[in-house]
Design a binder for this molecule. Sequence first.
Ligand code: AMP
Ligand code: MG
Length: 267
Amino acid sequence: MNLKRYRVGKKLKLKDISTDDTDKLDRDEIEAETAEIGEQLTSLQERLYAEGKQSLLLILQARDAGGKDGTVKHVFEPINPQGVVITSFKVPTETDLKHDFLWRVHPHAPAAGMMAVFNRSHYEDVLVTRVHGLIDDETAKTRFKHIRHFEELLASRGTRVLKVYLHISPEEQRQRLQDRLDDPSKHWKFNPGDLKERALWDDYTRAYQDALTATSTDEAPWYVVPADHKWYRNRVISELLLETLQDMNPQYPKSEYDLTNMAVGEL
Ligand code: AMP
Ligand code: MG
């Protein structure tokens, strides 16, 4: 699969990018491929952990009901939970707000050997805040610069940074939010505030386009992943992780001991 076509360059018009692309494949084929990729992820993650030198950070951003939670649940299922730390960023606390916007984020960057996922991230500070006029354009620009430098810092320490925007259509969002209303077992996920955010669809589109183009760099590229079909979304993100881990090529470390003549004896 050519993942480059989802990579964000200097220009981005979300309206022109398909939300329901499936690469002309059907669901069964895609799911079989995703399972195969999952097996490879399992073994590469073990190497990453054993090597203990590099790390991988996946940043997930999306509109409400865009599929961030589902992505975490399905894409990371094959991976040893001991090697992954998932952090969900909610509305900043009073303490958070007494610091710069990256203060609460940095401690959750992955340690050597680890994978980390940000379910929402520091990008909220140039998205929701901007759409609601809590920051002006000048501040947004300054924050883009700080974000680029922050991610460059992580990269220089051996962290691969991958960023994914889950791209859904307004119709798909309507359906998913309506499903949450119709199904009592999904009521806990329904937040009436999501309807207010939905009404600001075009403002979010502009804010996303701006943020993604300003911060898609070689060290930390953005990918716009078609996400109306959850199975296709899972497939693309699994492969993104796979290609990245293959490129990182983690190695099992050599033992510090000479094991050639060692054997485990009877008790
Ligand atoms: P959810 O992901 O549905 O649990 O909702 C988390 C909420 O926290 C969303 O409405 C986000 O927009 C909000 N949020 C997360 N980070 C920030 C931030 N830095 N500033 C303002 N709101 C935020
Ligand atoms: Mg929500």
